[in-house]
Each structure stands twice: as C-alpha cells, then as structure tokens.
Design a protein around this ligand. Structure first.
Ligand SMILES: Nc1ncnc2c1ncn2[C@@H]1O[C@H](COP(=O)(O)OP(=O)(O)OP(=O)(O)O)[C@@H](O)[C@H]1O
Ligand SMILES: [Mg+2]
Length: 238
C-alpha cells in the first residue's frame, strides 16, 4: 500500500486584494505532492510560484478550491490548528532565509522546537545535530551576519528540518548562491529526499529543475505544463 499524498490542492485560487484592486495570483491550480516526491516549480516572475508555495506550506489559505495538507482540509482548521499542522508536517525555506539576525545559528535552528514545548537542553542538542548534518558544526555560535550566504541558507534548511517534517518546501534555495555552494545545498536536499522527505522547490535554474523527478510550469497563475523529467528513454512514450 502506498502512503497517502502529503498535499492535495484541487482547483485552488488565491486573489490578493490590494487598494481595492483584485490581483488573481492563482487562478485554479490542481497539484498533488506525493509522499517522497521531488518536484520543481518553474515559471516566469509573477506567475504565482511563491503564492502557491505559501499555500502548500499552510502559510496562507486559498480564496477558492480545496487544499488538504497531511490529510486535513485547511478550510476546517483554526489559525492555531493550522500553525500546529505546519509545525508538524512542513519545513519551509525562504529565498531570503528569514533568519533572526541577532540570534546564533543554533538558536535560529532550535526556534521551531520552542513551539513544540521541548526543553532548552533538548532543543540545543537537536539543533546542534541538525547543524552538523548541514555541515555547520563549526558555526553554531555565529550570527547570520557572521556567515556567508550559503551558510545562512544551510542554517535556514536546518531550521526547516529540525522538526522532522514530511515535506520540505524551498523557494529558490539556490537562487542567491554561487554554483558550487548551490550544488552542495542541492545535494543536501536530494539526500533528504532519498530518506523519504518530499521536496518541492521553486527555481529559475533549468539544470536545478531537471534534477527533480517532475516539473511543473506556471504561467499567469495557472499550471501550463506538468511532466516527469526525462524519465523515459529514447523511443519510449513521453
Ligand atoms: N501580497 C500581495 N498583494 C498583492 N499582490 C501580490 C501579493 N503577493 C504577490 N502578488 C502578485 O501576485 C502575482 C504572483 O506573485 P508571486 O510572488 O507568487 O510570483 P512568483 O512566481 O513567485 O514570482 P518571482 O519569480 O518573481 O518570485 C504577482 O503578480 C504579484 O505581483
Ligand atoms: Mg517568488
């Protein structure tokens, strides 16, 4: 028996209201993130990728359609229930890191565990282990402004992973990194995926997208193409 899907979005839309003007950022998107999936989302700037990621991560709610995360319809959840579902299920890596600037790497990573009610000692131990995992055992007590961009990105990934999520959502995880650092961040995401964590990433980089098991292409708030990536050999049907 295969595991139930991690996230199912059915005909979801998201319209922002801004100064009396409606901005339809998503206009009816259906997408299933399977357990253990590895999915890349590509598309032009403004096509709705980040808006979709925020919905998939339970950071925002759709204005239309149905969104089920970890088997739960988000429309039925109160804000605290939603926060709890997010904390238990999802790791989110923002393009701009969103780290606390006056706080050490270790305490940044430990933060999601505060909401779990885990004691300080245990939090520090788990955060330390996760920083070791992303290769930052020697940077535990550095603050973000004392670290390189790639190091900060890895702290953000460690923070997303410290709670043991089943889905990791990463918006442009390699966007601000040089090629070598980007490759090592990607290798880290792929090793997590090999352990069964579903990975969804947004990227503008074709090579990054092609490493995923499947890609979806967005345009003007819609999915215009969804295909497995080169999974078929020559002569096989695409
Ligand atoms: N909070 C907001 N209020 C109003 N409009 C918004 C808001 N956030 C995004 N939008 C609009 O919604 C559309 C989709 O934005 P989104 O951030 O999802 O695009 P994106 O595909 O992630 O683009 P990029 O590649 O530049 O990050 C854009 O037209 C954007 O201007
Ligand atoms: Mg974006």
């Amino acid at each position: 028996m295969s595991a139930p899907p991690a996230i199912v979005a059915t005909n979801v839309s998201r319209t922002y209201e801004l100064d009396g003007v409606s901005v339809p950022a998503l206009r009816g998107v259906s997408l299933t993130v399977a357990a253990g999936d590895y999915l890349a989302i590509v598309g032009a700037s403004g096509s709705g990728k980040s808006t979709l990621m925020h919905l998939l991560g339970g950071l925002d709610r759709p204005t239309g359609g149905t969104l089920v995360i970890g088997g739960r319809d988000v429309a039925t959840l109160s804000p605290p229930e939603m926060a709890r579902l997010r904390n238990e299920t999802i790791g989110f890596v923002f393009q701009s890191f969103h780290l606390l600037t006056r706080t050490t790497a270790r305490d940044n990573v430990a933060l999601p565990l505060v909401y779990r009610g885990i004691g300080r000692r245990e939090r520090r131990a788990r955060a330390g282990a996760m920083l070791e995992r992303v290769g930052l055992g020697h940077r535990m007590d550095h603050r973000p402004n004392q670290m390189s961009g790639g190091e900060q990105q890895r702290v953000a990934i460690a923070r997303a992973l410290v709670t043991g999520p089943s889905v990791l959502l990463a918006d442009e995880p390699t966007g601000n990194l040089d090629t070598t650092t980007g490759q090592s961040v990607l290798a880290l995401l792929e090793s997590l995926n090999a352990e069964g964590v579903a990975v969804v990433l947004v990227t503008h980089d074709r090579e990054v997208a092609e490493r995923a098991h499947r890609q979806i292409v967005m345009r003007d708030g819609l999915i215009v193409d969804a295909a497995p990536v080169a999974a078929t050999g020559p002569g096989e049907p695409a």
